[in-house]
Design a protein around this ligand. Structure first.
Ligand SMILES: [Zn+2]
Length: 249
């Protein structure tokens, strides 16, 4: 599929790249390689060197933390608003977090050392990476507050909206077990909330695939944290392009 996509046009599907001045964008292009993101593919592993960064075009990448004892909890997600591999840009090289593909898609892969080299000479690139880092920190801090204070139905609606924004498709595979890991709650609670959202006509769920049916309804069911996070990405990275997100399916 991805071999037929023209690289400069595809690259602009990433909101960070789309907001670079033309000269900076052109200089970066030879370093970018279009790659597919397969379900459950690891983009980097915990405590292992991060050799590549990925500018996501469509699809969703989850950042997960593994606790002592083996429990896995999602602590962040990345789509076409951002780049997977911030620790490599920030000079950390490794992270205790694992990044893996949650919804299949496409990305532009770049050698992490080449990114740091480019960042030394590219003021615009550094600026957009710094602003993205700040927006991502807002996502993390808002999620911490949300998980502490808001109900499971609101949190689940927020997570579904954030995933839907990035998926490039209205329907994606999702098991109750996976969603319980993403939200850090017991499976029984997730089953109950999904049943409620389905009964309200907001989502459809069958054979381990979830479809968003009523986005406005899902927004109404979510807490304000969704809007806060999206507003920061719009303000700091730039709004979604008029062409919309790339369809992955
Ligand atoms: Zn919330």
């Amino acid at each position: 599929m991805h071999t037929s996509v023209e690289l400069p046009a595809a690259a602009r599907r990433n909101r960070m790249l789309a907001n670079l001045p033309e000269a900076d964008f052109e200089r970066l292009l030879p370093n970018l390689e279009l790659v597919g993101l397969a379900l459950k593919e690891a983009l980097y592993d915990a405590n292992r060197p991060i050799r590549h960064v990925h500018f996501v075009l469509c699809g969703v990448v989850s950042l997960v933390t593994t606790l002592e004892g083996g429990a896995i909890v999602e602590t962040g997600l990345v789509g076409n608003e951002g780049m997977v591999g911030l620790p490599a840009f920030l000079g950390a090289m490794t992270s205790p977090v694992t990044a893996f593909c949650q919804v299949p898609g496409l990305a532009l892969r770049m050698d992490a050392a080449a990114l740091r080299e480019e960042a030394r000479g590219g003021v615009a690139l550094v600026g957009v990476l710094h602003r993205y880092t700040q927006a991502f920190l807002t996502q993390l801090s808002q999620s911490v507050a949300c998980n502490r204070m808001h109900g499971l139905r609101e949190r689940c609606a927020r997570w579904l909206l954030m995933t839907h924004d990035r998926a490039g498709t209205d329907e994606f595979s999702l098991t109750h077990e996976f969603l319980s890991q993403m939200l850090g709650v017991r499976r029984a609670g997730v089953t109950e909330v999904l049943r409620e959202l389905r009964a309200a006509g907001l989502v459809r769920y069958r054979q381990r695939r979830l479809a968003v049916v009523d986005r406005p309804g899902l927004k109404a069911a979510s807490c304000g944290c969704y809007r806060t996070i999206q507003a920061e990405y719009d303000r700091l990275v730039g709004p979604p392009q008029r062409t919309g997100i790339m369809r992955c399916s």
